[in-house]
Ligand binder design. Structure first.
Ligand SMILES: *[C@@H]1O[C@H](CO)[C@@H](O)[C@H](O)[C@H]1NC(C)=O
Length: 306
């Protein structure tokens, strides 16, 4: 316990209560297994130490097939929901996999339609279609209760999934949660700029997180996304929720996470801010905080059930 708290404090975060000792052992084992790895790189000619685990496909009638990777293990399972223009192989997705593997918990990561190895055309994708993708993964790939970890736009979709599947979704962790984001950002543009985007049909949104320096967001994507906005009224999600956000996030202000905390009907909600983190939240300390948060929730859920 003390060791875990010290580590958490060293990571510059509020020290979470880490629950029962028996579970903490599993936890410490898991975390040390993950962070004992020295940052020294594997020799270049070896592709990776990661065991080869081929991508699986979920076929769906009338909808694009979805690529996913599943690790079988204990309940609750964890599902990672990626951000906009992100796939199943991001830093956070892989770190959570290592963590789940060390704890023996089930884990799923996947690509949205039109992204990575999934079928479908990215240009035709909408928040509504990706929401359906998340539900397909929950319904047809995941077994038993699930903790959803949503990154950026994935945090928006995770709330929708919790609304749609209240029995199966038992807890949520949002990382730089981007609820209503593209819609809010679009609405803040000057009227002339909005008109121009409407005429051109595409918004070239400057972004330092894109290789090109801009995201080309279809106007139709923004219009469709309006139907999925959540912050205007109470959000009917009552499970435990943890919202991690960097105060240096210049894409999605951390106030968004506070707004989500305010709107959800759940009373078990923590917002955890990291002063020096940006939108990606993928520095070592960010990842550490993320896995501590997952572990704390697993601990909490398992002690509630027993
Ligand atoms: C993700 O990694 C797997 C190998 O683990 C690879 O087969 C797949 O193509 C990768 N997906 C993307 C979108 O890069």
């Amino acid at each position: 316990m003390a060791g875990a708290c010290t580590a958490a404090a060293a990571a510059g975060i509020f020290c979470l209560s880490l629950g029962r000792a028996a579970v903490s052992f599993g936890f410490r084992h898991g975390v040390s297994a993950l962070f004992a790895q020295k940052p020294e790189r594997a020799p270049r000619w070896l592709p990776a130490c990661r065991p080869k685990m081929s991508v699986s496909f979920l076929s769906r009638p009338d909808l694009p097939n979805l690529a996913y990777k599943r690790l079988k293990g204990k309940s609750p399972g964890i599902i990672f929901i990626p951000g906009y223009i992100s796939n199943m192989n991001g830093t956070k997705a892989l770190a959570i996999e290592d963590f789940c593997k060390s704890l023996g918990h089930a884990y799923i990561r996947f690509d949205y339609s039109g992204v990575g190895n999934s079928d479908g055309n990215f240009q035709e994708c909408t928040v509504g279609r990706w929401r359906k993708d998340v539900l397909s993964i929950i319904d047809d790939v995941a077994v038993g209760p699930q903790i959803l970890v949503g990154s950026s736009l994935g945090g928006w979709l995770m709330l929708h999934a919790a609304i749609a599947r209240p029995q199966k979704v038992v807890a949520l962790i949002g990382v730089a949660t981007a609820v209503d984001s593209l819609v809010t950002q679009f609405n803040q543009l000057p009227v002339e700029v909005k008109k121009e985007i409407e005429m051109k049909g595409v918004w070239s949104m400057p972004s330092k997180y894109s290789e090109e320096g801009v995201y080309h967001v279809q106007y139709s994507f923004i219009k469709e996304a309006e139907h999925h906005c959540l912050l205007h009224s109470p959000i009917p999600v009552s499970c435990p929720i943890r919202l991690l956000h960097g105060m240096r996030d210049d894409l999605i202000p951390w106030h968004t996470s506070v707004q989500v905390a305010d709107r959800v009907v759940s009373t078990d909600v923590d917002v955890i801010l990291r002063k020096h983190s940006d939108h990606r939240m993928k520095e070592k300390e960010d990842i550490q905080l993320l896995v501590y948060t997952i572990d704390d929730l697993i601990d909490k859920l398992s002690t509630e059930v027993n």
